[in-house]
Design a protein around this ligand. Structure first.
Ligand SMILES: [Zn+2]
Length: 315
């Protein structure tokens, strides 16, 4: 399948029969061992898409963030090489600065959200990186379709992993990829346009809030300019993201690396790094941003469903 026909059918990446027959397979889950080894030798880089289910207004499906990350990783892997690991579609939200965001944007409605505590996500993230290291990858590109206060924490954890074990790790969001060119948002013109391009079947602008969802949560976190979204704008953002991501892949491949694929990381090695992360959160020497509100942020209302996780611990 030519590149031109790929871009004309943006949702091909979810059709396994298409990818296995007409294009080189890039999903780890779809590769035979011999195919995996060849692909990895050609490009020892793994991608992991991150997202979650969270409300993006009444007009959009919950998985928007995950679909963005999966689409971009798969597209770039086809062109630049590398293997796409299984997605992580549970993510950090609710806690610290997100608690007030959700009170404001969703209110007391059920958000129908696949969020997990920062300490679970961060700890497990180290084991995901370990699995990439032990599978012999020299670089990991972690692309998240979901932003928030945890971005700072994940950057730092990625950097600490690289410093300790030598595997190159890049972590960032699609918003980072086009910073200065396209303004990211939550369920506004940017994100809804992206989904209109990537999965047009999952956006329906005619949908209205249900009766029992009246109030501030009736919009379920929709951005105020969501009605300006278009498929064309989404395609432009996607192309800019792809170009930036391809540049990052080239950079990662060019960097030196110590992972021979022979020395395996043990559970103990990961637990020692995790203990350092926890210790630095508890002695106050490091600021972990998803654990408490931002300086000066308005407190969550006392009886809000979001109050309990306004302050959380690392472990
Ligand atoms: Zn989103």
């Amino acid at each position: 399948m030519s590149d031109a026909s790929l871009s004309s059918r943006a949702s091909d990446f979810i059709e396994p029969s298409d990818t296995s027959v007409a294009t080189p397979k890039v999903l780890w889950a779809e590769l035979y061992p011999a195919e995996f080894i060849v692909r990895q030798q050609q490009c020892p880089l793994v991608y992991m898409p991150l997202g979650l289910c969270e409300p993006h207004g009444q007009i959009s499906a919950f998985g928007l963030d995950t679909f963005k990350a999966e689409y971009l990783c798969t597209r770039v892997a086809r062109q630049a090489g590398g293997i796409v690991a299984p997605s992580m579609a549970y993510h950090v939200h609710e806690s610290g600065p997100s608690a007030k965001f959700l009170e404001d944007m969703v209110g007391e409605n059920n958000p129908y959200m696949s969020s997990v505590p920062p300490y679970m996500f961060y700890h497990f993230f180290l084991y995901q990186l370990r699995s990439f290291y032990n599978a012999g990858f020299q670089s990991a590109l972690i692309l998240s379709g979901h932003g928030g206060a945890h971005i700072h924490d994940l950057r730092k954890i990625s950097r600490m992993f690289t410093e300790r074990f030598g595997m190159n790790v890049w972590y960032g969001t699609d918003f980072d990829l086009v910073e200065g060119t396209y303004a990211g948002d939550h369920a506004g013109k940017y994100e809804i346009s992206m989904l209109m391009f990537i999965r047009p079947d999952l956006v329906d602008p005619t949908r209205k809030p249900l009766e029992d969802m009246a109030g501030s949560g009736g919009r379920l976190a929709a951005g105020h300019d969501a009605d300006q979204a278009s498929r064309l704008y989404g395609e432009q953002i996607s192309q800019a993201c792809e170009a930036a991501l391809t540049g990052i892949v080239a950079q990662l491949i060019g960097q030196s690396n110590v992972n021979s694929g022979v020395e395996l990381l043990s559970y103990g090695a990961i637990e020692a790094l995790w203990a350092d992360i926890v210790r630095s959160a508890e002695d106050g020497s490091e600021m972990w941003t998803a654990l408490q509100p931002r300086d000066g942020q308005v407190p969550v209302s006392a009886h809000s469903r979001w109050k309990p996780n306004e302050y959380v611990r690392m472990a």
